[in-house]
Ligand binder design. Sequence first.
Ligand code: ZN
Length: 309
Amino acid sequence: MNFNALPIALPKRRLISLALVLLFGAQAHAALNVVACEPEWASLAKEIGGDRLSVSSATTATQDPHRIEARPSLIARMRNADLVVCTGLDLEIGWLPMLVQQSGNARLAPGSPGYFEAGRFVTPLEVPVRLDRSDGDVHAQGNPHIQLDPRNIGKVASALAERLARIDAPNAAAYQERLQAFQGRWGASIAKWEQQALPLKGVAVVSHHKNMSYLWAWLGVREVGTLEPKPGVEPSAGHLSVLSAQLARQPAKMVVRSAYEDPRASQWLSDHAKVRAVALPFTVGGNDKATDLFGLFDSTVALLLDGAQ
Ligand SMILES: [Zn+2]
């Protein structure tokens, strides 16, 4: 590098920072900024992108992904993002459109390559035949909590690798290579989990919210009720009593909630209906074993087998 060619009027400090940019600039530019709406997509992006991506998640496992606050720090992250990876299916309708708008970042506008919705690449469950507010917080495009069927994760992984290749064409082959490696490990893990989870087929459970439907459909678990009287409506004493009476006639093995949900309603039902209360991680970071997507499903299957004993 020939510093003599640089204008001599530059102060020393600027020369040093210029040298740093010249030395490390290429590397720093190579990293795409990815903001995921939920931790599962942040993890998936890391699997596919490795250190070509700088990834953060807008929500944690202990936050309700339907509703979060648009903090200024989050708007700032959106401003610098090359790509947002979200669930879609209206899950983030209460906060994402506003965040994208406030960020002023045109790369993230819906329909742009920088706007990725995982829900577009899976077959949604529970698409309502009619939309009526009296049915609660029902999502028009179907149940958005798609991440607990690992086959969905596989589909989203392929779509995400394709999207990364489109945004960052010079690294397309690298994304494809990492995708292949991930799909190999993921397919083998799915086979393992399905084998482990065979005893769960037909087991009756109560969920807190309708956010485990894909997990139950995958494993053949029967959901016989929810703590919420309607989606998004808080569990009430009246509804819990009805549920408890129902379980006295038709027992269930466990009452299941996710890491972000208030444990009191499940605890009440557990005490009154003598069913085990089980807290599932729900997403990456939801317990100390769910440190990545593989850990999420290892832990989920193990907790359910334990609860079904
Ligand atoms: Zn929901």
